[in-house]
Ligand binder design. Structure first.
Ligand code: HEC
Ligand code: HEC
Length: 330
């Protein structure tokens, strides 16, 4: 009997030592820095059309996270991310050579935006989205915007505050968050006459709806978005600007728990007027999608009709004042 107790004790000590060692390993390793990558050539020639398109995409995809003091894109703390991710700051992406992207080449920007890996090999985890499915043409447009004289991008000498990612993020970098592969061929502009394919491109590429609207950020399949856990079925936990929990909506066409009873007009209102079918205002972090053209909204709607329905009742918390400090719970 005594022997068994001793063996159990030794095993326990061993487990504690190993666990401690693993935690130390994660802390020391941090967010991975890979070998400096071979970066393929990518050139974003400036055209007026690209500037318009790039500004539109960035207004939805970049500005919300990167806009800080004085409306400059100098970065800010992303308080809307789950607390489990740690204390995360976005970066200064103004033209500043020292603190922003003034010293980056088009190729380096394209490589980072697609894979999450900087030219020195430093990886950016899940809280900086990866644009692996954006067409080459749309990516060029975003880069043309980044170089433009949009006043928000004017060189601002303000250093990015380093993020303090949690142990969980560091652990997930070991097992789940990996750099996306850089595409080996041109990512084509979608065929806008194939409405469903175009809609899929908008949801998974240009506007990235699925990352918020699937079940869990840590269970996304960025290489094959449609394989993400609970694809478009909602329920992903986010925080609003008052740091209260808010759950993303089920946007599959399930009649009971999704938007299956909506008409295309209801959907258009959600995109352009931020109101849902029941007249509720759509709350942050759902973004205003006013910039989307009617064709884009139509294509997204047609595609969502083809996405497998998921029955998932999301607690929308309409009875709770989400702007009051710290009220929401599970
Ligand atoms: C969900 C919020 C979010 C969105 C949306 C977002 N970013 Fe970021 N971005 C971040 C965070 C956070 C970091 C810092 C990552 C880190 O700490 O490694 C970052 C880092 C960067 C960097 C690296 C800067 C540096 O000095 O290392 C660039 C460039 C960048 N983002 C550009 C963009 C562009 C362009 C878009 C739109 C196409 C965009 N980001 C959209 C959150 C975001
Ligand atoms: C940054 C995260 C995020 C992104 C990106 C996002 N959404 Fe949302 N969305 C939300 C949240 C959170 C809600 C719930 C808002 C609320 O409860 O007030 C929501 C609500 C909705 C609703 C309302 C559904 C209902 O039943 O009330 C629709 C429709 C919707 N989103 C569609 C989209 C589409 C289409 C896209 C891409 C073009 C998109 N969303 C991108 C977070 C996001």
């Amino acid at each position: 009997m005594k022997k068994i107790v001793r063996i159990l004790l030794y095993t326990l000590v061993l487990v504690i030592v190993l666990a401690g060692g693993f935690v130390t390993f994660l802390e020391v390793r941090g967010v991975p820095k890979y070998d400096a990558p071979q970066i393929p050539d990518f050139k974003a020639e400036v055209t007026p059309e690209r500037l318009v398109q790039g500004t539109k995409i960035a207004s939805v995809q970049c500005m919300v996270c990167h806009r800080g003091k004085d409306n400059k894109l100098v970065g800010r703390q992303l308080t809307e991310l789950p607390k489990e991710f740690g204390t995360i700051y976005s970066a200064n992406i103004t033209h500043s050579k020292d603190h922003g992207i003034g010293g980056w080449t088009d190729s380096e920007l394209a490589y980072f935006l697609r894979t999450g890996v900087r030219k020195n090999g430093q990886y950016a985890p899940i809280y900086m989205p990866k644009f692996g499915h954006l067409s080459d043409e749309d990516l060029k447009s975003v880069i043309v915007w980044l170089r433009s004289d949009d006043p928000q991008l004017a060189s601002t000498e303000e250093a990015t505050v380093p993020s303090q990612p949690s142990l969980l993020v560091k652990f997930l970098c070991l097992v789940a968050f990996k750099p996306l592969p850089y595409p080996t061929a041109v990512v084509p502009q979608p065929d806008t006459t194939n409405v469903t394919e175009y809609g899929k491109y908008l949801v998974t590429g240009r506007y990235d709806c699925y990352t918020c609207h699937s079940a869990d950020f840590t269970k996304l399949d960025m290489a094959s978005p449609e394989k993400s856990l609970g694809y478009c079925g909602g329920g992903n936990t986010m925080l609003n600007l008052a740091s209260n929990k808010i759950f993303t909506a089920n946007i599959t066409l399930d009649e009971k728990t999704g938007i299956g009873s909506w008409t295309e007009d209801d959907f258009r209102r959600a995109m352009h007027e931020q109101k849902n079918k029941d007249g509720h205002s759509l709350r942050f972090p759902m973004l205003p999608y006013n910039a989307l053209t009617d064709n884009e909204v139509h294509a997204i709607w047609q595609y969502l009709r083809a996405v497998p329905k998921i029955e998932n009742e999301v607690n929308r918390q309409y009875d709770v004042d989400l702007d009051a400090p710290q009220v929401a719970s599970n």
